[in-house]
Design a protein around this ligand. Structure first.
Ligand SMILES: Nc1ncnc2c1ncn2[C@@H]1O[C@H](COP(=O)(O)OP(=O)(O)OP(=O)(O)O)[C@@H](O)[C@H]1O
Length: 261
């Protein structure tokens, strides 16, 4: 893998027919885990859709390593460098794991001589080899998530995009899934959206708060903790939670008329 150092949104705007608008938003996503956090309907999935190259912005530019991304045929160009695990994965439940991964590898044009090797590799990395011949529909939520992460990694992408990856997982599965994500982020750009502050506090290097179609705050985990006034605390999860509430509340209050504050 030739690694991308950054992907970047530069003054990006998306507008839906309903009139809802994302942006303009600008943000840079380096190697490591960047988390998009915010309430329902804030625009996180829309931002991820632009980052995957699936959604074309109405204005602004998506850049990879500083270069504007131009859309090309699927499987070539930018999208060949992206691994994506959407919020809901709706593949046929009767499909055995290894067959599914083989299909994904071929879809991403992994050279045929390497397909088996890549599938074996990601099954081993994600600890799903024991399910190779099992239909996806017979796996637990956490096991399925690991299979979909394996599918997103089968072509060794430079960028991994995960939409609420740990929703519905039990505590053990979440810990294990997070560990896999952090391992993958050692050498690639990972952008994930989440509502869960333990995902943020235990995996994110960079945090972006998203609200009303805008990025309202960006910083590191220590900076988020500092917003709660407790940057030295060892309890990263609850302090990050308090930092989040403080920053979101601050924004809401600043928009209120003075007499209502
Ligand atoms: N295809 C679409 N057409 C019209 N409006 C849409 C479409 N997709 C999303 N929206 C609207 O855009 C806004 C942002 O949605 P988005 O899914 O990006 O938010 P989100 O932060 O990911 O939310 P959640 O945390 O609930 O997944 C919402 O108001 C949503 O109703």
């Amino acid at each position: 893998m030739v690694s991308s150092d950054t992907i970047e949104l530069d003054e990006v705007v998306v507008r839906y027919r309903s009139g809802w608008q994302l942006g303009p938003v600008s943000a840079t996503f380096p190697v490591g885990v960047s988390a998009l956090v915010g309430p329902n309907g804030a625009g996180k999935t829309t931002m991820l859709a632009v980052l995957t190259g699936i959604k074309r912005p109405k204005a602004g530019t998506l850049r990879r390593d500083g270069q504007p991304v131009r859309r090309r045929r699927e499987g070539s160009g930018y999208r060949a460098h992206i691994g994506y695990v959407p919020q809901e994965c709706t593949w046929s439940p009767s499909w055995p794991v290894e067959d599914f991964l083989t299909f994904c590898a071929r879809m991403y044009r992994v050279p045929s001589t390497q397909v088996r090797h890549r599938c074996q590799g990601v099954m081993s990395d994600l600890n799903v080899g024991q399910f190779a011949h099992q239909p996806i529909g017979t796996l637990s939520g956490g096991q399925k998530r690991r299979v979909f992460l394996a599918a997103a990694l089968v072509h060794d992408p430079e960028v991994l995009i995960l939409d609420e990856p740990t929703v519905g997982l039990d505590p053990g599965e979440r810990i294990s899934f997070r560990r896999h994500v952090v391992e993958q982020a050692a050498s690639r750009v990972v952008v994930l959206s989440t509502h869960l502050m333990d995902d943020v506090a235990l995996s994110a290097d960079q945090v972006h708060l998203v609200d009303g179609g805008h990025i309202t705050w960006s910083g590191t985990l220590p900076e988020l903790m500092a917003a709660a006034g407790e940057s030295d605390s060892q309890d990263h999860v609850s302090v990050a939670e308090r930092g989040y509430l403080h920053l979101m509340q601050g924004r809401a209050e600043s928009e209120l008329p003075e007499g209502d504050r």
